[in-house]
Design a protein around this ligand. Structure first.
Ligand code: ZN
Length: 315
């Protein structure tokens, strides 16, 4: 397999993660920006913000003694598992493709049931910092319609990527724009009303079926379970490949314990099948994986040992 080339900012180097051969570019050192290449594709992972979750939501059916082992190994606080929200920018020879849009930025917070929710995502500012004008984005792929992935489509009522084609899976669209999602978290529905429904007036393209070629070298893979129409993205260029798994795994432990359920999945059995399917695709293609909620930048590999998968950040 062709050796991957990585462009890594000093923030990441100092955290001790090393991938393949490294070379620096003249980027301002910024711990929210991580750049690397997949064949001809220049990829940038941008950290929109940091959030935290509880182990009791992440691992709802885990036995306490089992979880204890992982708490020590991964060194996290079960009351506060830190997690980033990210977006992945792919610059191909002809396109600028953005995967997911972060939580959004607006001077006006959302008010919901008497609560004020600020929208302070950094994605637009980070794109600016790497010299990407939001008008130059040609395609936006939304992996699923949870707030941390769709919040940045509009700022107030203004479309943030006015020249882009928006790609979403038709199963996700049909679920969230119909009464099928009536029992969803009402806050999630507010985000869908603000950021998804108005897309029907813009350049919207529906992804169909299991595997679907969105652009040359960018294929979506249906990854239902977390939501009914979540997609993962397979990037492939010059023998290199990357699998963006979105929220199929919320934590590396979900790679090791495929039966551990989260409160955030819509259908647990489908979610488990999707995890197996994605791991097998990554294994077959010898793909690096990018996972949305893992420690930033969320890059690594799933290795199979004694019939069990293990997450590692080294190839
Ligand atoms: Zn998410």
């Amino acid at each position: 397999m062709k050796r991957r080339k990585f462009i890594i900012n000093t923030g990441i180097i100092s955290s001790g993660i090393k991938f393949g051969s490294m070379f620096k570019v003249n980027l301002p050192s910024n711990p929210d920006i991580h750049q690397f290449e997949v064949g001809q594709f220049k990829c940038t992972i941008l950290r929109d913000l940091m959030f935290s979750y509880k182990a009791s939501d992440y691992f709802i059916n885990a036995e306490e003694s089992q979880l204890e082992k992982y708490v020590n190994r991964y060194n996290f606080n079960p009351e506060k598992i830190e997690s980033p929200f990210i977006a992945l920018l792919i610059e191909t020879p002809t396109k600028k493709v953005l995967i997911d849009t972060g939580s959004g930025y607006s001077e006006n917070p959302i008010t919901f049931r008497g609560k004020t929710i600020p929208l302070k995502g950094k994605l637009l500012r980070l794109l600016n910092q790497i010299g990407i004008n939001k008008e130059s984005i040609t395609d936006v792929i939304i992996t699923h319609f949870h707030p941390d992935h769709i919040g940045g489509i509009f700022s107030d009522k203004e479309l943030n990527y006015p020249n882009a084609k928006f790609h979403v899976h038709e199963n996700e669209w049909n679920y969230w724009t119909s009464s099928k999602s009536d029992n969803e978290n009402p806050l999630f529905k507010v985000f869908v009303e603000k950021n998804i429904q108005p897309l029907s007036n813009y350049n919207l393209s529906l992804i169909k079926g299991d595997e679907f070629d969105i652009e040359s070298g960018i294929t979506s893979i249906i990854s239902e379970g977390h939501t009914p129409g979540q997609v993962a993205l397979n990037l492939s260029s010059e023998g290199d490949s990357l699998l963006y798994t979105s929220d199929a795994f919320l934590h590396p432990i979900h790679i090791e314990e495929l039966n551990w359920r989260t409160n955030y999945d819509n259908d647990h059995e489908l979610a488990r099948k999707t995890r197996e399917k994605l791991l097998s695709i990554a294994h077959t293609n010898n793909s690096m994986i990018n996972s949305f909620h893992f420690d930033f930048p969320g890059l690594g590999f799933a290795k199979k040992k004694n019939n069990k998968w293990k997450w590692t950040i080294k190839e």
